[in-house]
Design a protein around this ligand. Structure first.
Ligand code: MN
Length: 399
């Protein structure tokens, strides 16, 4: 069989709202707000330059069920560019942009092939004459909890078979909800040449030969989606897979740890942070975590907590080249003194002992709020730690 070359892209989340970023100057806001589109434009540019045979998009093209016209128009424009270059696109919709959510739909060019609710096979002959079966399904509603893998037929000899699946591999524990679950074994049984997964926003290769791959999203959307983001170029021949990651992100979310050991004055703190920021590349959205703060006077900690330090850094953002935006500053308290007040001791001990149940109860008002819950992701260990640290320093600082 002639070799084939395609792009595996997933989780575009076009027009993501980037919640949690506050008080952005206009140019910073616009850059961030446009970043999902900028990344997809790069995906398309690379696809055309590399003359791929076809593109696969494994779900969550849009971030919201009521996909904006702006997002649709920009997407359609990119699909037209692919069309002009003779590149077909195979699309499934995921939990974020399921078929049932269609409100106002723009017409897609004819190179775009969208899968429907039941798993189906779409056939393609590449310009080199290779025969390819592409199998997939789209989410008809937001929550697909059942196993859909049973609907996928076995691969046929003499043709490439590629499976597209937006869902959760059974052994992965993540903050993503479990949808259309499957196991690696179930995928291998199908005898496909490649599995183009979507849903998990981290890049992961679950199996090699045949490759089972989550490419991750194309642009980080919050501080936990750190690092480079992009898509995979896949070159297949009958026995071998060549996988290359192509970074296309517009902005990278990054955590920057700065030790404040021995510092006492605002000027010293500021300089240490500035120095650390200078060493980072451009086009970063940065969370600064200050460590070793034990020598820091309480009033300095107050300036960190009340946002004064952050504001000072942000007002200087122009100095850091193209774009280095510090979106938050926190500090972790290590080796803090023993509390003498018995009441405070009691409260601190309770805080330290908070289990899942207590967290759930404390957060239920937010996490069960009908219009807020969908903007929230679950708190991981580090975030819980930070909240506890902040509460602790608040309690200790009150007389
Ligand atoms: Mn997604």
């Amino acid at each position: 069989m002639e070799r084939i070359k395609f792009f595996h892209v997933a989780d575009l989340h076009l027009d993501s709202p980037f919640v949690g970023l506050k008080h952005l100057p206009k140019e910073v806001f616009e850059r961030i707000h446009n970043s999902t589109f900028a990344s997809f434009e790069r995906v398309v540019k690379e696809a055309i330059e590399r003359q791929i045979d076809f593109m696969i998009i494994s779900g969550d093209l849009f971030d919201e069920e009521d996909r904006s016209i702006r997002a649709q128009a920009k997407l359609v424009k990119q699909f037209h560019l692919l069309h002009s270059s003779g590149i077909p696109v195979y699309v499934v919709h995921g939990n974020h942009d399921h078929l049932g959510s269609h409100r106002l739909e723009l017409d897609m060019p004819e190179n775009v092939h969208i899968f429907l609710e039941d798993a189906e096979v779409k056939q393609l002959t590449t310009k080199n004459g290779a025969l390819v079966d592409i199998v997939g399904f789209s989410y008809g509603t937001r929550h697909i909890r059942e196993r859909k893998i049973g609907e996928y037929p076995k691969g046929n000899a003499g043709r490439y078979t590629i499976g597209i699946l937006h869902g959760s591999e059974g052994s992965i524990h993540s903050s993503h909800e479990t949808y259309a679950p499957f196991t690696i074994g179930e995928l291998l049984e199908k005898n496909y040449h490649y599995w183009a997964l979507g849903h998990i926003h981290e890049r992961r290769i679950l199996h090699e030969e045949p490759h089972i791959v989550y490419p991750g999203n194309i642009q980080g959307r919050h501080r936990k989606e750190t690092g480079e983001k992009g898509c995979y170029e896949v070159i297949l021949d009958e026995h071998h897979t060549e996988l290359s990651f192509i970074p296309t992100h517009d902005l990278v979310w990054e955590t920057c740890r700065v030790s404040l050991e021995g510092t006492q004055r605002f000027g010293e703190v500021y300089q240490r942070i500035e120095k650390a920021l200078e060493s980072l590349s451009d086009d970063r959205l940065i969370e600064v975590i200050l460590t070793d703060v034990s020598s820091l006077p309480e009033e300095m900690k107050g300036m960190i907590e009340n946002g004064d330090l952050l504001e000072a850094l942000q007002s200087e953002h122009g100095r850091y080249g193209k774009m280095k935006w510090v979106h938050s500053i926190r500090y972790t308290r290590s080796g803090s003194g023993v509390e003498q007040d018995p009441f405070k001791q009691e409260v601190l001990a309770t805080l330290e002992g908070m289990g899942d149940g207590e967290w759930k109860a404390a957060l239920s008002e937010l996490y069960e709020h009908p219009s807020i819950y969908r903007f929230l992701s679950t708190l991981d260990e580090e975030e819980r730690r930070l909240i506890i640290n902040e509460a602790e320093s608040l309690i200790r600082s009150k007389g």
